[in-house]
Design a protein around this ligand. Structure first.
Ligand code: ADP
Ligand code: AMP
Length: 217
């Protein structure tokens, strides 16, 4: 399956992607994770991306499309993939269409996870990420067994620089302005499955699996 996970920051894309990637045996490709890794490693890409990320803005399309194109050409993506956080603009969606057309591998489904703004704010400001494996937790809604320590790998948990209340507001505005219009774009192609993100992690995962089975049959 070639799947896109869409929805505003904090909707639960990363959380669901980890579960879905296992269920579908498809690589999880998160542009946010790729940029964060580049920032941590201090690469040229990281230096370029960091200012935009800290300001709650999108990294320029040429840069973002470039890293996704390269990643999708890797052999593990031949049988399918799960894109999380890409595309986020119309030019990115157009570029993705061209990339997939060139390998005759169209998208199968766009999962649109929705949640209200207050819930998103609460989720993002309480989010904690693992420095080592990138797993995402929440201080209240999804706490790790031991405070500050990742359940998956024992790594140290941290709060993202862009998860403070002020930057979160900007990121949600950027989503409304630049990314939400993509839903129309994909709806016209008959690809969108709407998922209610205002449920437990397990119930959201169940709704996603139903949508995927419905698409396959
Ligand atoms: P996104 O990748 O869409 O930005 P995440 O998956 O990182 O979102 O989730 C944002 C925060 O909300 C994390 O702290 C996560 O643990 C928490 N979270 C995810 N899904 C749910 C849910 N269904 N209910 C409550 N909290 C959730
Ligand atoms: P995320 O982890 O998906 O919330 O992304 C964190 C940040 O990385 C975003 O606020 C952007 O600055 C940058 N980013 C991630 N994906 C994209 C994308 N598709 N286009 C532009 N910037 C992105």
């Amino acid at each position: 399956m070639r799947t896109l996970l869409m929805g505003p920051p904090g909707a639960g894309k990363g959380t669901q992607a980890v579960l879905l990637s296992k269920a579908l045996a498809a690589p999880h490709i998160s542009t946010g994770d790729m940029f964060r890794k580049a920032v941590e490693e201090g690469t040229a890409l990281g230096l370029e991306a960091q200012g935009f990320m800290d300001a709650g803005q999108l990294v320029p399309d040429e840069v973002t499309v470039g890293i996704v194109r390269e990643r999708l050409m890797e052999p593990d993506c031949l049988k399918g993939f799960l894109l999380d956080g890409f595309p986020r603009t119309i030019p990115q969606a157009e570029a993705l269409d061209r990339i997939l057309e060139s390998v005759q591998a169209p998208l199968d489904i766009v999962l649109n996870i929705a949640a209200g703004r207050e819930e998103l704010m609460a989720r993002i400001t309480g989010r904690r990420m693992c420095h080592v494996c990138g797993a995402s937790f929440h201080v209240l809604f999804n706490p790790p067994a031991k405070e500050g320590v990742c359940d998956q790998c024992g790594g140290e948990l941290y709060q993202r620089d862009d998860d403070g209340a002020e930057t979160v507001g900007k990121r949600l505005d950027v989503y409304e302005r630049q990314t939400r219009p993509l839903l129309d774009w994909y709806a016209k192609q008959g690809l969108v499955a709407d998922i209610d993100g205002n449920q437990s992690v397990e119930d959201v995962a169940g709704e996603i699996m139903n949508a995927i089975h419905g698409r396959r049959s």
